[in-house]
Ligand binder design. Structure first.
Ligand code: HEC
Ligand code: HEC
Length: 398
């Protein structure tokens, strides 16, 4: 800005100042108009759009994670860049520097010009700040997991118990046993040899409310060796899923809980006729799910023997094949009979399966280890003479 421009500018400024605009009523009037307009907009929004209510505040609900409002998200997001020890940089240093910078702005940028195009420095700084705020907010929205709500996992009680039973088998059996009976733990890192108390005994079920059970699963008992299962605490189970496990435990182990008739039917396992060959899909899979899958899935100690599908049961494992159709000397069968072989110790490590359940595995292997009921029917019958199986085997209902 040269001298002449400056002169002109000052002149204009003086003139404007002399004419003057009164604070009252001129400025007040303008302000009033604008605030009134905003007020009307607010009333309209409140009336016609409204705010979605979150569930009523519940002091006993510890699964609720309070989150900052959206206009503060960028601040909270910034904290993620300063984890642990250096958190103070994010909470004190950065905001202080930012506020100081605002104070200094008038001293740093002293040009009289007011056109944005001529104030690239101030505009630049502001632009960067605003962009950073927007970027941080977007990042926060994208990376924040949704508030875990009690989504409906099951619509009926029987469905819930069945889903809960599966989830229990996958997540809990390795430590608590298929019936919550506990015992000496084997094959679980960190808890080897731990004498687990029963969680299905009467004095446990009678003294633990559903809420207590829910919380134990949700938060775990990290100091005792049980990790949290709730999504909010780093686990894999949603609130709805944990509720199904609680249903399963309550209706299976608590003799005070009356199981509704239709539930008894739904959870009854298919029966097996005299000499009939069991199939994987109908008979073996439920047993595997219940007694083996807690350890025989990815991420567990199991000699790479996965049992989540027919193919895996037949083909995986360091000592594969563990099931040889027609051969009762298959690893799987020998280990069920609690033999100690190359492939490892007795299976399941903790406690022998009931003889009638082992018999079903044996009949299946002897009958050619068929996958589908059709294949099983085609396999005909097996000679039961070699087996300890009773004539008609009803797989025990859990
Ligand atoms: C890695 C092993 C492990 C797994 C997996 C595990 N727990 Fe536990 N759980 C424990 C230990 C250890 C304790 C403490 C037992 C004690 O007090 O002696 C425990 C205690 C419990 C208790 C009793 C709490 C009390 O107040 O006495 C319940 C109920 C329970 N677990 C349920 C479950 C359920 C349901 C699952 C599956 C979602 C599960 N656990 C998975 C190790 C495990
Ligand atoms: C508590 C965890 C656990 C449970 C439950 C369990 N296993 Fe295992 N399984 C293991 C471990 C660990 C190994 C590795 C060998 C060893 O350490 O004994 C293994 C190995 C095996 C092997 C040998 C795999 C190979 O190729 O070397 C077979 C077969 C087997 N298990 C079958 C079963 C069957 C069938 C069931 C269910 C009736 C079952 N297991 C339940 C932990 C378990």
């Amino acid at each position: 800005m040269d001298d002449e421009q400056k002169q002109r500018y000052l002149e204009k400024y003086k003139q404007a100042k002399q004419q003057g605009v009164k604070f009252f009523p001129d400025i007040i009037y303008k302000d009033l108009l604008v605030s009134f307009a905003l007020f009307i907009i607010l009333v309209m929004l409140a009336t016609f759009v409204g705010v979605a209510n979150e569930p009523k505040a519940d002091p006993s609900d510890s699964s609720y994670i309070p989150r900052p409002e959206w206009y503060f998200l960028f601040l909270f997001e910034m904290l993620k860049f300063f984890p642990g020890q250096i958190e103070w940089v994010g909470t004190i240093v950065v905001p202080t520097v930012a506020i100081l910078a605002l104070f200094l702005l008038p001293f740093l940028d002293r040009k009289p010009a007011r056109y944005p195009g001529k104030r690239w420095r101030a505009i630049g700084v502001m632009g960067v700040v605003v962009l950073a705020m927007i970027a941080l907010t977007i990042r926060a929205v994208i990376t924040t997991p949704p508030q875990v709500e009690a989504e409906t996992v099951a619509t009926t009680l029987s469905e819930s118990i069945l889903i809960g039973q599966d989830l229990y088998s996958i997540n809990c059996v390795e430590c608590h046993g298929p019936d919550g009976e506990g015992g000496i733990i084997e094959g679980v890192e960190g808890l080897e040899g731990y004498d687990m108390k029963s969680i299905s005994a009467q004095d446990e079920m009678y003294t633990r409310t559903d809420d207590t059970l829910f919380n134990v699963i949700n938060y775990g008992q990290p100091d005792l060796g049980m990790q949290p299962f709730g999504i909010a605490y780093g686990g894999e189970l949603s609130i709805g899923e944990i509720e199904t496990i609680v249903d399963f435990m309550r209706y299976t182990w608590d003799d005070r809980a009356e199981l509704p008739q239709e539930v008894t039917q739904a959870s009854a396992m298919p029966t097996l006729g005299e000499d009939q060959v069991p199939s994987y899909d109908v008979h073996i899979e439920p047993l595997v799910k219940r007694y083996c899958i807690s350890c025989h899935r990815p991420g567990k100690k199991n000699n790479n023997y996965l049992m989540q599908s027919y193919e895996e049961v037949m083909n995986t494992g360091d000592h594969a094949p563990n099931v040889i159709p027609g051969d009762l000397a298959s690893n799987l069968i020998r280990m069920l009979h609690r033999e100690e072989i190359d492939a490892g110790g007795p299976m399941p490590p903790t406690k022998a399966l009931k003889p009638e359940i082992i018999a079903i595995f044996e009949r299946w292997v002897l009958g050619g280890a068929p996958q589908t009921p059709e294949e099983a029917a085609a396999a005909g019958t097996v000679v039961t003479g070699t087996l300890t199986a009773p004539q008609t085997t009803a797989i025990p209902t859990p």
